[in-house]
Design a protein around this ligand. Structure first.
Ligand SMILES: Nc1ncnc2c1ncn2[C@@H]1O[C@H](COP(=O)(O)OP(=O)(O)OP(=O)(O)O)[C@@H](O)[C@H]1O
Ligand SMILES: [Mg+2]
Length: 381
């Protein structure tokens, strides 16, 4: 009976997909645009309709009609992606599907290097092709190039920043022993979103909830980076990867993550802003070879709380729904994040990708997180 219900639901979804594609095509033709459908697919968030690109159907043409498509035709266009010879248009689903972290874990592949470290982490499901989107910190993987060492996460309140950070931390910890990855977590919100996560053996020194301790932690990272460069020099290694391959297992250096949720909150303090900006600049691109990675999250990373220097150092952009085009332009570097659906729907700008990548971040309930943390702690040794 349950199988029957699932099948029925799938049938309804297919019908909706076809109907939506048909309505979109008719609407575009009504605006004198050429709308030849090349294919369609359902994602957790949208109907993706692939149109043959031509001089009579360009991205700008669809953008210009985006508002009318919503108000006249009830079609909420959430993405317009140019591909060679095609334009792929996403129309929001009325009922979205949650992407489960368990499903992604079952499907994921590992990018383990010779020292035993996995350096590619789950971000979600790519809208365009349904494949897993990874953050590649240690080298190219899954047909995608290596990404920048540091990451900015932005999005309005409730858009899913902390859930994305939780998923990232759990994936890091689930795929690596705590001897090889250390996570340092700063949270001005007193760590309320991370109480289970704090018990992971990878999370070192507890959650930092004060500015003085946060600065001390970050200054320690700069010292650690310099120490590592000295170690590399002595052993003739180029970076953490080549160092760890040569080193005895107990001498291997752990990859280090500094994750700072709600950093904008503290950047209103001039002192904090100055020190953090300077530390992040010193870490800069040099941190990559040392295996040190920053992840900073904020609701509205505008110039007042995020100096250009800081923004430029946080090269990977994982942007959830933001309130305005202006915020999207600052955070993502282009418009589009204002049209996201919230709840983990994200737009990513990653090095090596020509265009914005849309994806859906995974979700785990609080109980799931508890279970995963216990399982990781039990197997870690
Ligand atoms: N990927 C997701 N899938 C489904 N639901 C999600 C997802 N991400 C977030 N949510 C839902 O949205 C709620 C808010 O998410 P989250 O706490 O991560 O937001 P936030 O961006 O950190 O907000 P704030 O800025 O207020 O801290 C979650 O409790 C969850 O119910
Ligand atoms: Mg949050």
């Amino acid at each position: 009976r349950r199988a029957g219900q699932v099948q029925e639901a799938a049938g309804e979804d297919e019908q909706w997909l076809e109907a939506t594609a048909g309505r979109l095509r008719t609407a575009l033709m009504g605006y004198n645009l050429q709308a030849k459908i090349a294919g369609m697919r359902l994602t957790p968030n949208a109907a993706l309709v692939r149109f043959v690109g031509s001089d009579r159907l360009r991205v700008e043409d669809i953008e210009a009609k985006q508002s009318a498509l919503l108000t006249t035709h009830g079609l909420r266009v959430i993405s317009i992606s140019p591909l060679p010879g095609e334009i792929v248009v996403g129309v929001a689903r009325a009922k979205r599907q949650i992407v489960s972290m368990w499903d992604l874990w079952e499907r994921r592949a590992l990018n383990r290097n010779a020292a035993g470290l996995n350096t590619s982490f789950l971000l979600g499901l790519r809208e365009l092709d349904g494949e897993i989107l990874y953050l590649n910190l240690g080298g190219p993987f899954a047909g995608v190039s290596q990404h920048d060492p540091h990451t900015l996460i932005a999005g309005a309140t409730g858009s899913g920043k902390s859930v994305l950070i939780q998923a990232l931390i759990l994936d890091i910890a689930a795929t690596n022993p705590s001897a090889l990855v250390h996570i340092h977590l700063i949270d001005p919100k007193m760590g309320v979103d991370y109480s289970a996560i704090e018990r992971l053996p990878h999370v070192k020194g507890g959650i930092i909830i004060g500015q003085a301790a946060a600065i001390e932690m970050m200054e320690g990272l700069v010292i650690e980076m310099d120490r590592r460069y000295e170690l590399f020099r002595q052993s003739g290694a180029r970076d953490i990867r080549s160092f760890n391959i040569k080193a005895a297992p107990e001498a291997r250096l752990p990859m280090k993550f500094l994750i700072h949720d709600e950093f904008a909150e503290w950047m209103l303090t001039e002192d904090y802003k100055g020190v953090v900006t300077s530390i992040v600049s010193r870490l800069g691109v040099k941190a990559r070879a040392a295996g040190i990675h920053l992840v900073f999250a904020a609701q509205r990373p505008d110039a007042g709380v995020m100096p250009v220097q800081l923004r430029d150092n946080l090269g990977n952009r994982l942007i959830l729904k933001v309130a305005s085009v202006g915020t999207s332009e600052i955070a993502l570097g282009t418009k589009g994040a204002e049209n996201l659906l919230g709840l983990g729907h994200l737009a990513a700008r990653l090095s090596g990708e020509a265009a914005t990548v849309f994806a859906q971040a995974p979700f785990l309930s609080d109980e799931d997180i508890e279970d995963v943390v216990l399982a990781i702690a039990a197997q870690d040794g």
